[in-house]
Ligand binder design. Structure first.
Ligand code: SF4
Ligand code: SF4
Ligand code: SF4
Length: 468
């Protein structure tokens, strides 16, 4: 059955929707799976049709743009109410993007500039329009500060492939699974090692007892562990307690155990493995991006009480505690490897040490097509920007990366991280000379992320001053 999806456009340029439309025939494989109930950028739906829907009636809601107006804010909240999964699509919805730079100014100044001072105004007595306009918010509010967002697909705009991959992945989550899937049993039921030679009896991790039956490959029958790709069963097998005790007996994972747990969680939870696509419901991604967002809980084990992460992706106590224990072991462990590739990782240019010969402004000279921009003296945010775009600007456009995919996991603040990187790379230079080249630090280092940065906003500063 087709799943209901809705696309909402807030204050934005429409580029993210255009990027999706750019898929052209590439959309054909997924279109029959979609029942598009709201997409004003393409079809003349009315907002009332969304308002009239039941809560959670729509499976996936895509939001493009920022909350600049009060109407935007209302629409964000409406989407959260009506949609089960919310996807922030594009740099605006993820981080505020270029529009977020407006947060560095008072709204009164912005209104004056736009409606009364702009060079294009021809009216003799220009005024702020008051009729048929929704009213402005004091500053650009991040979508994620208004509502819980489940999925982030950054980019200005996101590459078409990123969006289609994300939609396809979300559809697999809504799907029924293969025909042979049998949640009433587990992989152990057809395992030839069940009575003799079971991996668990040898102290080796095999996830068959908690994995649904119906798999034709049956890795254990070929001497390999079951890693759970048939996903959770509704009826854990009798060896589930043994698996749980084995995981709970581990205090510190070694490299092999960490790889096993991670491989299991990847397959068992059906995570995306799409580098630039952050799905908060994907517990491994959340562990990489927001490790401290989890609660812990204490459970009793054969070896005394133990801490596990308090998660419930399956709703079954034993399976959830196995997952929680696996996540707890991986949290903060150096063996936990999560892709945190940057734009530099996919750059075709020659790199020696990234140390600039002399800093240049964008318009000075013409960069060559071979060498790293930083080494040529041009500011390139590749080292602090997450991969996903194909490094399109340095590789295809002879232009430095401006950072539109935001920071990779583990880096909280893209701009500050770049300032620190630049500080190291230019440590031998005269500070005044470096500062002279950086005319607009926020616009250069946080061009897409000001609204999501630690810089705050002007209105916030003004309020503090008023209170003092
Ligand atoms: S735990 Fe693995 S090896 Fe043991 S019986 Fe189950 S599937 Fe077979
Ligand atoms: S800094 Fe820019 S040009 Fe240099 S390797 Fe990274 S992405 Fe490529
Ligand atoms: S190279 Fe940088 S600025 Fe260009 S699309 Fe990729 S992330 Fe965005």
């Amino acid at each position: 059955m087709a799943v209901k999806v809705a696309f909402m456009q807030l204050s934005s340029c429409w580029g993210c929707h255009q990027s999706l439309l750019n898929a052209h025939l590439g959309l054909l494989p997924i279109l029959p799976e979609l029942d598009i109930v709201y997409w004003p950028a393409v079809v003349d739906f009315k907002i009332d049709s969304m308002k009239e829907r039941e809560k959670g009636d729509v499976l996936v809601g895509f939001i493009e743009g920022v909350a600049r107006t009060k109407e935007d804010t209302e629409h964000v909240k409406l989407m959260r109410e009506k949609c089960q999964i919310i996807v922030a699509i594009g740099a605006c919805a993820c981080y505020g993007s270029v529009k977020g730079l407006a947060n560095l100014y008072d709204p009164e100044d912005l209104i004056k500039r736009k409606f009364m001072e702009a060079e294009s105004i021809t009216d003799d007595d220009p005024k702020e329009p008051t009729e048929n306009v929704p009213g402005f918010e004091d500053y650009i509010i991040n979508v994620k500060d208004l509502i819980d967002v489940d999925v982030f697909i950054p980019g200005c705009p996101p590459r078409t492939e990123n969006i289609v991959a994300a939609v396809s992945y979300l559809l697999t989550l809504a799907g029924e699974g293969p025909e042979s899937l049998n949640k009433e049993g587990c992989v152990c039921d057809s395992c030839e090692l069940f009575s003799e030679g079971c991996f668990l009896d040898k102290g080796e991790l095999c996830y068959g007892p908690i994995t649904a039956a119906g798999c034709d490959l049956m890795c254990p029958n070929d001497g390999d562990y079951c890693y759970g790709c048939f996903r959770p069963t509704a009826k854990p097998g009798e060896k589930a307690e043994q698996l749980k005790a084995l995981i709970e007996s581990i205090d510190l994972v070694d490299e092999e155990q960490a790889a096993s747990l991670q491989h299991f969680l990847d397959l068992y939870l059906g995570v995306s493995n799409i580098t630039n696509f952050y799905f908060r419901g994907d517990l491994l991604q959340r562990l990489a991006y927001e490790p401290d967002s989890f609660e812990t809980k204490e459970i009793e084990t054969e070896n005394g009480s133990k801490l596990v992460l308090d998660v419930n992706p399956t709703g079954d106590n034993i399976m959830d505690e196995i997952i929680g224990a696996a996540l707890f072991l991986l949290k903060d462990d150096p063996n936990f490897k999560f892709s945190s590739k940057t734009v530099c990782s996919h750059c075709d240019r020659d790199v020696a040490d990234k140390v600039p010969v002399a800093l240049k402004r964008d318009y000075e000279g013409l960069p060559n097509m071979e060498d790293c921009f930083l080494e040529q003296g041009y500011i390139c945010l590749g080292p602090v920007t997450q991969a996903g775009c194909g490094t399109i600007c340095p590789n295809k456009a002879n232009a430095p990366c401006l950072g539109c995919y935001g920071a990779p996991p583990g880096i909280k603040e893209q701009g500050s991280k770049f300032i620190s990187t630049l500080g190291s790379l230019t440590a031998d230079r005269d500070l005044e000379e470096v500062m002279e080249m950086i005319k607009d630090p926020a616009g250069l280092f946080n061009r897409f992320t000001v609204a999501d940065s630690t810089l705050g906003h002007k209105r916030h500063d003004t309020k503090i001053e008023e209170e003092e």
